[in-house]
Write a protein that binds this ligand. Sequence first.
Ligand code: FNR
Length: 398
Amino acid sequence: QSKPQILTIDDLEHHATLHLPKMVREYYNGGSMDSYTLQGNVHAYRQWYIMPRMLRDVSRIDTSAQVFDRKVTFPCCVAPAAMQKMAHPDGEEATARAAGAKGVVMGLSSFSTTSLEVVKKECDEATAATEGACVLQMYLFENRKVSEDLISRAEKSGYKAIVLTIDTPYFGRRLTELRNNFKVPSHLTMANFDASLGVKTGSHLRTEERQNSSSDNNTNSLPPPSSKESSRKTTTNPPPNKNDPSLTWDVIQYLKSITSLKIFVKGVLTASDAQLAVRHGADGIIVSNHGGRQLDCAPPTLEVLPEIVDVVGGRIPVHFDGGIRRGSDIFKALCLGADMCWAGRPVLWGLAYDGERGVKMALDILEEEFRACMALTGMRSVEEIRQYGRSLLRRVST
Ligand code: FNR
């Protein structure tokens, strides 16, 4: 059978999800409740035309950008996403190698199916010729010792920052997961947590709490375990530790008191919360609605980005994620003031399609489209896109 032609992220999504068992496909693709927010994220880009400038000598286009003290190939990081070995047996290792080789930053979910040390090692080996790097996403658990342990391991391993996800005090109701009786396949483990330490695993995913509750034939068709990790760990997951729902903005000071790593908060959706993040000492924020997986009816991230950028006023970096499927989506977010974009599902679809090679394809597509968009708008550097900013866009009239 001949290989399909993959030109866009939509092509990748189509061909990747053909492979995946229904339960996994719907876990990756789904949103909460009616998926208004999920759909809104993607559609928001269609509200903006791009106003191109001509005759500006675009013979040299520099797509590179600065983030976490690194020079990355283009302004797009890999968003943290849990349990990547469900997409492909190589899981996070493949993503780390592809991100490292491409020269972008990988955000590792602490609910990964590969340990943070192994991921960092894979990323380092791939970054020989690039400035790719890793940052660790985490939640804060009721048992603080667990989180502190995770942070100190991230420090030791050379992670560049901690991304604290703040939009998950409670679980978004993901109806497909409930209908599919989603559970983590028994051959996979939450590799960052060790039962012998009394460290609990899989806590943030309501669905994982039910992992042993029933059988599901779909899991039989999941990819087999990767050899390296499966030999490393044989324990079954202990009962979940709880995400701390009592957190307030003081959490930033607490984290800063226990680590010198930069603290970014992920999940800001209002100008008021952006102000609070600055006031409480966050090193950066990520405007995010968790890819439409938490509060349904939350606004599309592109919609709220400008007011957040305005209120932050350059005091700290404003990162952005949600619905990025094209290079022009990255371009529009930068025009509206984002300092950096993150892509979630495009990378997962690449991974599901063809492991490391598929993740590379996803990143290459986004970069190539972004480069073309820069050339066709007369923008020669990311800095120039920032300078011209909103003048490069026009709102579609309704
Ligand atoms: C996520 N996301 C996420 N975020 C986080 O902070 N910790 C996590 O463990 C996960 N896990 C996760 C799993 C899956 C399957 C998806 C699709 C997403 C959210 C992610 O970091 C990011 O905010 C969104 O994916 C961005 O939207 P797009 O790019 O997927 O549209």
